[in-house]
Every structure is written in C-alpha cells, then in structure tokens.
Design a protein around this ligand. Structure first.
Ligand code: SAJ
Length: 424
C-alpha cells in the first residue's frame, strides 16, 4: 500500500492533496492529469470495482490515452483511489446529475458527495463542483456546508467550474480548453483559478457561480438548438425532394452562416440532457430550447417511421419481407458509447414487433446484450434496405449500393435515395 506521507512532495504547489469525488468520464482524467503535474491525488468513487481497477493502474472507461496516464500516476504513487474521502486541500465534485420525474435535474448525487466530504473539510480548503448542475446548486451546497460546519464560514473557498471536454478528445481538451470559473465570492473564484492554473493551458475566466452554472447549460443548449435547425431542414428537404447535405453545404458558403449537420437525432449524456435543466426551471422563457429538444427527439422517431414505411413499400413491391441493415448503434461517430443513443432507440423501436428481418451493426463494440451484432460489410452486402444511423468512418468506405434502398439519415454518402425530379 502506498502512504502519501512517504512520497516526495512537489513543493512548488500549495496543494498537498487534491481529492476528486467521482472517477468517471471526467473525474478520472482530471485526477490523472493533476497527478501527472506532481500533485498527490486521492480519488473517491462509490463503486469499489472502479476503485480496485484504478488502484491496479487500469481504467474502466474507453478514452484514448487515458490508460497510460492513469497507469503512470498510480505506479508513481501520485494517484490512489478509495471509496472513502479524507482530508485534502482541494475537493472536486464530479458526479452525475441525472433526471428525476419528467426531465427534472436530480442533484442528489452532488448533495450526497458534498455530505460525504463535509466532515473532512478544514479552514482554507477549496471546494469545487464540476458536475453539470441547475442554476443555484453551488449556492445550495454552500448553505448545506455552512449549516453543518458553521465554523468554516468565511474560511472555505467554494466555486463552480463546468467541464467542457469532448469524449474521445478528453486529455487534450482538459488541458487546452478555456475554462469558466464562478465562485460564491471573489476570493473563491481566485482560489479555484489557482487550482486550474496547475494543469489548464487555456484561458481561465472568472465569474459568479450562477453564471458559470448557466454557462455550461447554455453551451450544450446552443449546440442542441443548432442541430435541431439542421434536423428541421432535413425534414423539410425530405418532403421537398431536396438533398439537405448539398443545401447546407451551399448555405454555409455564406460568410455568416454555419449550419451543423442533421442526423438520426441527438444523443449522449450531455447535449440530450442539459437543455432540460433550463427548460424544467424556466419553462415559459425557454420555448426555443424546449422545442429544439423535441425536434431532435422527434428526428429519431421520424427515422424509425421511415424505416417502417420503406419496409412496407418493399413488401408491397416484391411480395416478401425485406432484410434491413441498421448501420451503427453508438450516439455519435467512431465511439463505443451507446448512452442516450438515437440509433439504439431507432433499432429498439423498429425491432419491437419482429427481430428476424434485421441485421444490426456496430463496428465499435464486439458484443451487445440485446442486439445480435453482424459484421458491417456482410450486413451491407446482404440487406434490401440499409439505414445509416451513424457516420462511422468504416461506413464511408463502402461503395454506394444502387440495388438497395439506402436510407442515409446520418449522411454517410450525402445522396438522396433516388432522383426525385418532380419537374420532369
Ligand atoms: N450531432 C449532430 N449533428 C452535428 C453535431 C452533433 O447530429 O452537427 C449529434 C451527434 O451525433 C451526437 C450529439 O449530437 O448524437 C452530441 O454529440 P457532440 O459531438 O455534439 O457532443 P458530445 O455530447 O459528445 O459533447 C458535448 C460537447 N459540448 C459542445 O460541443 C457544446 C462537449 O464539449 C461537452 O463537454 C459535453 O457535451 C458535455 O460533457 O457536456
């Protein structure tokens, strides 16, 4: 067992021990990067299997480059994981904020983590929340802390700093992205900034806690609204017989237009979730944000309906049921993450009544407990109807099949299924 006290201390840091509560997609990379800067890190997670895995120098998530940083940090004794918190100088809360009820943010994990660390806080400590949180959460946690530990009032720095990293590029973005840091007071903002200066090479922008909380929700809502615009265009273009990909490429030649890409819907645990944190609290004021969410959800439903109607058309025309290839299950290209995936939703929906006539493809995973997976080339070659749900790189190398019905929802070939020239 490694005892922190036995290890050489990097004296240039004022932080003797950094404590990271939550060792998931954001917490673990942050813990490992901070450890790699010569600061001792105590990582805490409720899951003892996660803790054991990390203490063996291994990782439980898929993220390029992370395995090596964790291995080195653990081997050097700078990173140690546990299910229990301890005294430290900086405490970072990086736990999930899921939904409860109808799209209401559930901050109970943030609160539980705060309560767990409460007995270990001491005067002069810095307490930072990174979990995506509804406006006012940091202030609420400050109230909770000072109610239980009134002697710390005026002696604790409390701030909110949202994470902004893109899954798949976390290690680079963790260091190079600019950060927004909002303290409950000026001193807290400055102290939290000092912590991020240890490993962030991007700019650090100070503000208050509520603005920092809203900033995170705004970033992901902005992307959601912009994708909804692209998805809405795809619905209009489908009816109008216009190639939406060509349309967007042309419109984007305007110097002040930059439309995103339509797809099978919006997935992941961030963009498909965070806008609801605004909508649930400010429903009357956030009509555009709420509508964007509905449009992006509807797009997945629409894709499933399209597959169904293509299957019926095929059966009417050929007198037999078609074989359908569902290409991709991940929530976005070239990853193995299926969380909140519109592609998975579509597959589940179209396969509800019958499973036999579908070939499900996901080249980034070997096994799925619900779907029997087929090799992508085999599925593509055999199917009568091919529905592209994700633009994985492998799919782009396939030759276009003129002899199949190609439903290119994700924009692999960016072609219309068939020429529709109503003016001829
Ligand atoms: N998508 C489209 N069209 C596009 C771009 C994306 O349909 O033109 C879809 C993707 O296929 C996917 C979804 O949107 O289903 C979300 O993918 P993404 O790559 O836009 O974002 P995430 O969820 O991987 O990461 C986002 C990032 N936020 C922003 O870009 C504003 C990331 O920086 C955040 O840190 C992350 O959410 C988070 O954790 O909040």
């Amino acid at each position: 067992m490694v005892i922190y006290g036995d290890l050489p201390v990097n004296n240039k840091h004022w932080i003797m021990l950094f404590q990271c509560i939550g060792l998931g997609y954001i917490g673990l990379p942050t813990a490992a990067v901070v450890a790699s800067k010569g600061v001792r890190v105590h990582g805490v997670d409720v899951n003892d299997r996660v803790v054991d895995t990390i203490n063996q120098g291994e990782i439980h998530i898929v993220e390029p480059g992370l395995g090596e940083v964790v291995r080195q940090s653990v081997a050097s004794g700078m990173l140690l994981a546990s299910v229990e918190p301890k005294k430290a100088d900086v405490h970072l809360i990086v736990v999930p904020t899921p939904f409860k009820g109808v799209h209401e943010p559930d901050v109970s994990f943030v609160e539980a983590a705060t309560r767990k660390v409460l007995p270990f806080l001491k005067a002069g400590d810095t307490f930072i929340i990174e979990s995506t949180s509804p406006i006012g959460t940091t202030e609420q946690m400050a109230v909770l802390i000072f109610r239980e530990r009134p002697e710390l009032k005026g002696n604790l720095f409390i701030a909110y700093c949202p994470e902004r990293v893109l899954p798949g590029n976390v290690l680079h973005e963790l260091v190079h992205n600019d950060r927004v840091i909002g303290g409950i007071d000026e001193a807290s903002t400055l102290k939290a900034k000092e912590f991020y200066e240890l490993f962030v090479e991007g700019e650090l922008y100070g503000t208050n806690a509520r603005t920092a909380e809203m900033c995170k929700l705004t970033e992901n809502s902005s992307r959601d609204v912009q994708i909804a615009f692209a998805n809405e265009l795809s619905l209009i273009c489908d009816k109008a017989g216009i190639n939406v990909w060509e349309l967007i490429a042309l419109a984007n030649r305007h110097p002040r237009v930059n439309i995103l890409q339509p797809g099978a819907g919006v997935g992941g645990h961030c963009i498909a979730v965070d806008p609801w944190f605004i909508v649930s609290e400010y429903p009357r004021e956030s009509r555009l944000i709420g509508t964007a969410r509905e449009i992006n959800n509807y797009k997945a439903f629409w894709c499933a309906e399209k597959i169904h109607s293509s299957m019926l058309e095929f059966e009417l025309k050929h007198g037999r049921k078609p074989l359908v290839a569902l290409m991709g299950l991940a929530f976005k290209p070239n990853i193995d993450d299926l969380r909140e995936s519109p592609a998975k939703y579509i597959a589940q929906k179209v396969m509800q009544s019958e499973q036999n006539n579908f070939l499900v493809v996901e080249p980034n995973i070997d096994f799925h407990s619900v779907f029997k997976l087929t090799d992508y080339q085999e599925a593509y070659d055999r199917a009568d109807i091919v529905a592209f749900l994700v633009t994985h790189d492998e799919f782009k190398l396939l030759g276009y099949r003129d002899d199949a019905v190609v439903l290119d929802f994700a924009g692999v070939f960016k072609r219309l299924p068939e020429p529709r020239m109503s003016w001829v």
